[in-house]
Structures are given as C-alpha cells and as structure tokens.
Design a protein around this ligand. Structure first.
Ligand SMILES: Nc1ncnc2c1ncn2[C@@H]1O[C@H](COP(=O)(O)OP(=O)(O)OP(=O)(O)O)[C@@H](O)[C@H]1O
Length: 501
C-alpha cells in the first residue's frame, strides 16, 4: 500500500461576504466565531443547535437551497459541514434516507462559495444520481471513457488528450462524488493517480478537496475488473483520501420505527431478526397490481421487464407512434459497445408518453441525464441528421417535471479509444419512463411504488428497492422472499472495521 500524506485544502472564509444569506446562515448554523485565516484556525461552536436551520428545496434535482425553520441538522451532519468548511476531504455514508444527498446539496452550495463555482465539480457514479445533483457522471468528468480497465498511464494519456477533461482536473479545487458504492476500487485508484499526476505537488488527489457519499450496502459496481479491488473502500488510496469518514445514522425518509427496523435488517442481511411475512403482510400484491394505475412507479430488477411495461403503457395510449432509429457508424467493436449503452436502438414515442432524458442538455436549467417528463407534441424539423433517424422528420416536444418545455434534438454518443473515436451513435436522447430499473432508482424517494422482486439478483437490490418508499402504506410488493436479500461479506467487514457495526 502506498503511503500518502493528505493536505487539507486551504482557503479563507474572509473572502466571502457575511452578508451573503447562505454563507451567513452556515455561519450562524455552525456558530463560526472567526473566519478561517490561513495561520489562525477558526473557532466553530457546535454545542448549540440554532434555529432556523437549513433545508433543501423540495425538488431533489434542484441545486437551489432555501431556508426553512423546521429542519435541524443532526450532530453528524454538522460535523461533516464543519469539516467541509475547514477544507477537509470527507466520506459520508449511512443507510438509505439518512440525508447523504440532502447534505451534499448544502455542501455543494457551500463549496461554490468557499472556492468558486468553476472550481467545484459535482459528479456521481450513475447518470440518474448525477442528475439529482445537476452534475456529471464521474466518468464524464474524468474523461476516462467507458473502458477504464487500461493501465493508469494509458488512462492518464487519454485524459491529457481530452482537453476539456484535462482542464477540469487542473481547475478542480473540490470534487463531489455521490453514489460511490458503484465505483470500483481500481477506478478510484486510477482517478487518484490521474489527479496526482496532472496537478502540481504530487499530493493525494492533487490536493483536490474530495466530498464522497454513498452506502456500500446499496448497489455494488457493475463488472469490477480487479477482484481484489471490487469496492472503492478496497482501493489502495481509499483511507488516505479522507480526513474524515462519517456514518449518518438518523433515518429521515421513513418515520415508522417498524419499517426502519425492517430496512436495517434487510440492509445487513439479518434475515433471522425479522418475521418478514408478519411485517410485510399488508404489502403483498399480485405481480400485475398497479399496471393500470398511473401513480404507482414500477421498479424492476431486470431491464427486459422495464421494457415490457413501458411498451404496454405506450400501446395503451392509442396515439400515433413515432419511431426514432439510432444511426451507428464506425468500427464493429465500438458499435457493439454502443448497443450496451443507454441510448435505445429503437425509440417509440407518442403523445402523453412518459420519458427520461439521457443527456446533460442544460444542467443549469435541470435538463440533465435522468430528468423525467411527458411528450406534449411533435414538431417538424429540417435538421439533416433527423432525416435518417425519423422518417416523419419530427422532433418530440417534452414538458419536463420542472415545467420546462423543449424540443429534444438528436444527440450523439461516442466510443473513444485513447483520443480516437471508434464508433458514434446518433439518436434522440430520450427513453420511456413508466417503469424504471432498480439501478436507475437508487437515490430516489417515492411516495408509492410497486416492485416485483421475483427476478431480483445481486447484492443490495432488495434493500435499494424497498428503501425508496416513505411508509409501508406506499409499498406494494410481489415476488419477495428473504432469500433474495444479499449482502457482500466484504461490505459487512468494512462496515464493522470502519464504523464498528
Ligand atoms: N436534517 C434533516 N432534517 C430534515 N429532513 C432531512 C434532513 N436530512 C435529510 N432529510 C430528508 O430525508 C430524506 C432522505 O434524504 P436523502 O435522500 O438525502 O437520503 P440519502 O441518505 O441520500 O438516501 P439514499 O441512500 O437512498 O440516496 C429527504 O427527504 C431529505 O430532505
């Protein structure tokens, strides 16, 4: 294992006007007595809980932060904020619904004041999670492309050739990463190596302040290339990357103590602790329950079920179906990879269809990968690229849930090998969204959901699906069996060692 000495970012709170409402609120919240001078540590008094405290806007996809009187941060949430103000790198973990993402919204706002918005990069392991923070996927930020199983030196070369990514690494003063459970340890080490190599001083992560959040009991990385570094916590650089690792323990999403207890047992795979069928009795429904109900979001372990339900819903609308066929060009190996990507080979839409955006079109306005909306019409367009994608030559008009309405134009996805484009797909960046895969719903809070777990597989899946819901009243369950609950032994060991539980 390499040894690092981790510096903390040095900045001064003096730079920020204390008349800035957010800053003065943080200041008040943490009882910051003196600003942070380089050689004079500031005094933070966390003994009292001042009111009013902080709350995020109700929209999880919004980065806007407002203030409410009735939200109080837990001591652990404050401990994290204090560390961030001090320029420390932190890892925030905890069960689903303990406020990791909530806290990240505030941290991002704070970091942008402490540094400058252009020096703060917000990322997540998946597009949906990145969307919730108005950020990029970690892969896009890093500029490493999809095949990350190259040598560290080759990946570094790739980033050097990718000017925008190179600049991001050079400009970054703070890097936020959400849903770390899906980033493998090898990638974590390689990104640390890239940061250290591209920035002066050879410091850990090049001296970038890291704020990482996630719960390793949720979804694991897909296809970790190195069996000894399956999880990010197994990375050689993991423990030296953080000054502080905090586990949030107060669950906010669910208030019913029975449900919290049930979810904790599922999270840790303690199937003996619970009389499942007594606890969940009121939730069991037959698999087709709710298919005709619009308010129930349906979650599936497998993509083929997601596709089937979306297709049935589309047909049931009865409107004229417009088809968009993806145009692929380039080398066969690259085209093969494109077929496994997120942009559909064939996209069928009609008036009223529920859709999800697959590209970051306008992050400042919430038009990010994962944003959902409804098709409100189709508009003729003379765009040349459209003629090969859509025989009717029309663009879908979508009203997003944020109420913003736009015509969605075709976009492109490249497969890069070093700085060479192997293949490109052109398609309208939308997919149907009546049903979602459990992978895509990680991070969401839902009032009502129906999940059919008969085909659940892998670690963390049952926990992620069930922990989205606020109360047992909102949970409809099919195909459940305690045998579906799977927890990785390495995650149990890590949790025991790092947090003693
Ligand atoms: N200090 C707090 N006071 C009141 N509500 C809070 C607080 N912290 C978080 N919440 C609320 O708790 C709910 C769950 O929070 P959040 O989605 O951030 O959890 P999470 O830990 O990121 O969950 P997951 O692991 O499932 O993504 C949200 O509705 C959030 O607004």
């Amino acid at each position: 294992m390499r040894l690092f000495s981790i510096p903390s970012a040095s900045f001064s709170l003096c730079r920020f006007s204390q008349t800035n409402p957010y800053f003065s609120h943080i200041h008040h919240l943490l009882h910051i007595q003196t600003p942070n001078h380089k050689h004079k540590p500031k005094t933070l008094n966390l003994t009292k809980t001042p009111k009013p405290s902080l709350s995020s806007s109700s929209s999880s996809s919004s980065s806007i932060v407002d203030f409410k009187d009735d939200v109080v941060l837990t001591e652990k949430q404050k401990e994290v904020l204090k560390a961030v103000v001090d320029g420390r790198s932190v890892f925030i973990t905890g069960s689903a619904g303990t406020g990791k993402s909530f806290l990240l919204h505030h941290i991002i706002h704070l970091l942008r004041l402490l540094h400058s918005p252009r020096n703060v990069f917000v990322t997540a392991s998946t597009g949906v999670a990145a969307c919730a923070l108005n950020g990029l996927t970690l892969h896009s930020f890093a500029g490493v492309g999809l095949s990350t199983d190259h040598s560290p030196e080759l990946l570094l070369h790739k980033v050097r050739c990718n000017i925008p990514a190179f600049k991001r690494w050079r400009f970054a003063k703070a890097l936020v990463v959400d849903e770390i459970s899906m980033i493998d340890g090898q990638l974590f080490d390689r990104l640390e190596f890239i940061a250290r190599s591209l920035r002066p001083g050879r410091k850990v992560w090049g001296g970038i302040q890291l704020v990482v959040a996630g719960d390793f009991f949720q979804l694991p990385p897909v296809n970790s290339p190195d069996p000894n570094r399956e999880f990010a916590f197994e990375a050689d650089s993991w423990s030296n990357s953080f000054h502080l690792q905090v586990e949030l323990t107060h669950v906010f999403r669910q208030s019913d103590a029975r449900l919290v207890k049930l979810l904790q047992a599922i999270r840790k795979g303690r199937s003996d602790d619970i009389d499942w069928f007594r606890f969940l009795n009121s939730c069991f429904v037959e698999p087709h329950f709710g298919e005709r109900e619009k308010t129930v979001t349906r979650l599936y372990p497998r993509n083929e079920d997601v596709r089937r339900v979306n297709e049935e819903k589309l047909r049931s609308l009865g409107g004229e179906v417009i088809t968009y066929i993806a145009q692929d060009e380039g080398e066969e190996s690259g085209k093969k990879q494109l077929k496994q990507g997120i942009a559909p080979q064939e996209l069928e839409l009609c008036l009223g269809a529920r859709v999800m955006l697959l590209k970051n079109l306008d992050p400042m306005n919430g038009l990010v990968n994962g944003a959902t909306g409804t098709v409100t019409g189709f508009v003729k367009s003379r765009r040349k690229v459209l003629s090969s994608i859509c025989a009717k030559q029309v663009l879908p008009r979508v009203q997003f849930d944020s109420k913003l309405e736009i015509e969605v134009e075709p976009d492109s996805w490249d497969v890069m090998d070093g700085d060479v484009v192997l293949a490109t797909r052109r398609q309208v960046p939308l997919t149907l969204a009546w049903a979602l895969s459990i992978h895509k719903c990680q991070g969401l809070t839902l009032d009502r959901l129906h999940t059919d777990l008969s085909r659940a597989f892998g670690c963390g899946m049952v926990y992620v699906a069930l922990s989205r819901v606020r109360s047992l009243d909102g949970l409809c369950l099919s195909g459940f069996s305690p045998r579906k609950i799977k927890v990785h032994p390495k995650v149990l060991d890590y949790s025991q060692q790092a947090f003693g539980n």
